[in-house]
Design a protein around this ligand. Structure first.
Ligand code: DLL
Length: 435
């Protein structure tokens, strides 16, 4: 079963990949130096000239780019080509005031869609599939990216966008969708809604899901797979590098292959910027090797993960990244202890709760407080206060073991936590209000 969209490159030898990267990086650095003043200044400041970059190993000599640079250069400062060659922008939601606008030439869109097509084929997609895309369309990269990838595969594409869950379900059942693309939190909600309408997992024709854009745990994966009767694949990417499809999971479901012919990945120590050896945990840095309009070199993603070159049973040779273990800016420091939302999600699902929860952090009398609202299912719900209290206590104990600090757990009524149709908002940190 050869599930490759571009087998020659997806299974290319290590030497061949390095040869491609060597060739592309020399060209790309010259392209950026000649066309992007902002980055040319950074290189000049560091005393690096394009001629110093002779192979991919020389990449270490180049300066990093950060989100802050993107903000400073907004909107056109990092553009690598004339506007007349650009055909599209995409952007982040900018809820935290950090809007990123990325530009694309037609060439950039083609390579991005090819990356998404690789992900769809790796999840078993062919031209006989019906691909329901319920990532948001518009400025967000999720909808357009998977939509374009699905077209390249030749699948029948349902450009649903997110939301209107009743309509999602109607199309899914009537048209026999076989692959679902959305955020994991929305997939969980669709699963829940199907069950409420009386559908069993075997009633739908879905075989796979391609879920990403937010952190999700292995426990969440199993829960979605069970509720929809599918195999759930992870997909990763960010607006700055083009969107989804920078890396994707294969049938092994153990890490995501990075499309190394287009994106060169490094892991660095987030504090010192030092490049770390393979297998180390650190901040992921990407260089786009052949994008024209928004050619970021050594962009610091803030995502923390590990790279591995272990041989993969799927036959792909491209390096794999672990699921991001939370963004460095997702991590909460509560009473001096590092806490990731994913740890909380793991405990909840292991203890038999649903992934409907919300984390509230605050500071009272100079002490951090951590409250977790956890929704009960109708079956778990009880009128007896003592039952609920006993469940809360048990969950607080399990949380304390995982996190090293004790949160206050509040079990709340079924359906009382808002469902997410895109990226879920899991954490409300009110400490910022007092700072
Ligand atoms: O979320 C692109 C995307 C769309 C990826 C659809 C996958 C599917 P941004 O909105 O720019 O782009 O957010 C990028 O989201 O730096 C990660 O922190 C996080 N992220 C993306 N995919 C995953 C994933 C899109 N599979 C930021 N697991 C990234 C965990 C993810 N976090």
């Amino acid at each position: 079963m050869a599930n490759y969209f571009q087998p020659e490159i997806e299974t290319a030898s290590r030497e061949e990949i390095i040869r491609i990267q060597n060739e592309k990086i020399v060209k790309q650095v010259k392209h950026v130096y000649d066309n992007v003043k902002y980055y040319r200044d950074l290189m000049d400041e560091k005393g690096v000239k394009p001629e110093d970059i002779k192979s991919i190993d020389d990449i270490k000599k180049l300066p990093f780019l950060t989100k802050n640079d993107l903000r400073e250069a907004y909107p056109y400062g990092l553009l690598g080509t004339d506007l007349k060659n650009c055909v599209r922008i995409q952007s982040t939601s900018g809820t935290t005031g950090k809007r990123v606008v990325a530009f694309y030439t037609q060439h950039d869109i083609d390579l991005w869609e090819e990356c998404c097509a690789r992900a769809i084929v790796a999840a078993g997609g062919t031209n006989e599939d019906v691909v329901q895309v319920c990532y948001g369309y518009g400025l967000f990269t999720g909808g357009p990216g998977l939509n374009g990838g699905s077209h390249k595969v030749g699948s029948l594409t349902l450009p649903m966008s997110s939301g209107n869950t009743d309509r999602q379900i109607q199309f899914m059942m009537d048209l026999g969708s076989t692959i679902l693309c959305c955020t994991p939190s929305y997939a969980a909600f669709i699963g829940e809604s199907l069950a409420e309408k009386g559908y069993k997992p075997e009633d739908n024709k879905l075989k796979a899901g391609i879920f990403g854009a937010e952190p999700w745990t292995e426990e969440m994966r199993r829960s979605i797979e069970k509720s929809l009767g599918i195999k759930a694949y992870d997909i990763y990417g960010l607006t700055e590098t083009s969107g989804p499809g920078v890396s994707f999971e294969c049938s092994e479901q153990k890490g995501m292959h990075i499309n190394e012919d287009h994106f060169y990945a490094e892991i660095i120590d987030p504090d010192t910027g030092e490049v770390l050896p393979e297998g180390s945990k650190g901040e992921l840095v990407f260089t786009s090797l052949d994008k024209e309009a928004f050619p970021l070199l050594r962009y610091r993603t803030r995502d923390i993960c590990i790279l591995t070159r272990e041989k993969c049973s799927c036959g792909r040779t491209h390096v794999k990244m672990t699921k991001p273990m939370g963004r460095s800016d997702d991590m909460m420091i509560i009473r001096g202890v590092n806490v990731f939302p994913s740890q909380i999600e793991t405990v909840l699902l292991n203890e038999g709760y649903t992934p409907n929860y919300q984390i509230l952090v605050d500071r009272k009398n100079n002490t951090d407080t951590l409250d977790i609202n956890v929704e009960l299912t109708p079956e778990q719900f009880s009128d007896k206060v003592s039952d609920i209290q006993a469940m809360e206590k048990a969950l607080e104990g399990a949380m304390r073991t995982m996190l090293g600090i004790g949160p206050k757990v509040h079990l709340v009524a079924p359906k009382s936590i808002v469902r997410s149709e895109g990226k879920a908002v899991r954490v409300i940190d009110n400490r910022k209000l007092h700072d």
